[in-house]
Design a protein around this ligand. Structure first.
Ligand SMILES: *Cc1c(COP(=O)(O)O)cnc(C)c1O
Length: 363
């Protein structure tokens, strides 16, 4: 049994340390907007953002490319907003044309909401193009960047993102129990028009009152020191590596994974590499093979394949190359493990070719 004692009696995070964490997150996100901490997994920050923006009369275009987008629309509707969903075909990115068409059908639109990159299906949505469309309509733009921060270019201010939700637990390799939101002054103004829910864990305005306006010291309640220490360690590590290098490392892992799959003889699910997530690659579950059996066969080799999340479950498996997994050894093991599992289930694959292709990506 490992000795977990260092996890107990954790020293308090210094009261003057929170503001500096927020400043460092601002730089990582490329924003001068306010950054607030939500002391929970990023899913709660997303719910708080939707709940804080929602009001009767708000008209939203909600882009759905995974269950996360579906949840966001649900929370907006609970708050009385009129939500128009535009959904992509299962496991594929949304097209700019579909968003343009959906926007054209709306005489007025106050908010566009989207997920930037999806680890659940391995896709990347065309954020710069959608951001331009939202801006042209004068709509606020809310972006779930949990699975893109650290893996893709994300310049919040240059793109004109009004509400950007992030978490340290994906490409940054940090803790999952803490998340954050960057919020523009336009978005604060919109939230001020919505019913004030404070005090509530779902109220971002409450964080503005109790933390931003109170000098950005110790957040209200009893902040989890473990989570804040871990966020600080994750930021130390990312800054030491350099954000562009972190992004490049994920891009390289994605390219090597895709090359490995192609050499294996299977096509990655997302055909255009420019529309693929840098954090996870979706691989097909070939006809006649059961996704559960494939995952179990890989698991016996010590290789973790993750099922698709949501409607793509059973139709794809994910090769995860997020954080510390965006490196040669895990990428090679995933591709060869997936290939070996396929072979054991009767598929014809070129394991040697796949290993060579992954290796070529790291020369
Ligand atoms: C991982 C992820 C989240 C956060 O989900 P958690 O349950 O907090 O891990 C949100 N959005 C996207 C797109 C994600 O990939």
């Amino acid at each position: 049994m490992p000795d977990f004692t260092p996890l107990l009696d954790v020293p308090a995070f210094p009261a003057d340390g929170y503001a500096s964490l927020a400043d460092r997150l601002q730089r990582l996100l490329g924003t001068t907007h306010d950054v607030v901490f939500v002391q929970a997994e990023a899913i709660l920050a997303l719910e708080a953002a939707a709940t804080s923006l929602a009001r009767p009369g708000l008209i939203a275009l909600n882009i759905v490319t995974s269950p996360y987008g579906g949840y966001f629309g649900h929370w907006l509707r609970l708050g009385g907003a009129k939500v128009h969903d535009v959904a992509a075909a299962g496991g594929q990115p949304i097209t700019v044309a579909a968003v343009a068409q959906a926007l054209a059908a709306l005489p007025q639109v106050d908010l566009v909401a989207m997920v930037h990159a999806e680890t659940s299906s391995g896709i990347l949505n065309p954020l710069p193009e959608i951001a331009a469309l939202a801006r042209a309509r004068g709509a606020l733009l809310a972006v779930d960047a949990v699975a893109s921060l650290g893996g893709h270019e994300l310049d919040v201010d240059a793109l004109g993102i009004d509400v950007c939700i992030g978490g340290p637990q994906k490409a940054l390799g940090g803790p999952a129990g803490l998340s954050f939101a960057a919020i523009s002054s336009r978005a604060w103004a919109a939230m001020a028009q919505a019913p004030d829910r404070g005090p509530s864990s779902l109220s971002l305005l409450e964080l503005r009152r109790t933390w931003l306006a109170a000098g950005r010291g110790k957040p209200a309640g009893m902040p989890s020191a473990l989570e804040f220490w871990a966020l600080q360690a994750a930021l130390d590590r990312i800054e030491a590596e350099g954000l562009p290098q972190t992004i490049a490392r994920h891009a390289r892992a994605a390219a090597a994974t895709r090359a490995g799959l192609t050499a294996l003889g299977v096509a990655p699910r997302v055909t255009d590499p420019g529309s693929a997530s840098a954090l996870a690659t979706a691989a097909p579950v070939p006809a006649g093979i059961d996704a559960g059996a494939l995952i179990a066969a890989a698991d016996r080799l010590g290789v973790t394949l993750t099922p698709g999340f949501g409607e793509v479950r059973g139709r794809l498996v994910r090769l995860d190359h997020t954080g510390s997994r965006a490196n040669f050894a895990p990428v090679l093991a995933s591709v060869v493990g997936y290939g070996t599992a396929l072979q054991q289930l009767g598929a014809a694959v070129d394991l040697g070719g796949a290993a060579a292709a992954v290796t070529d990506g790291y020369r």
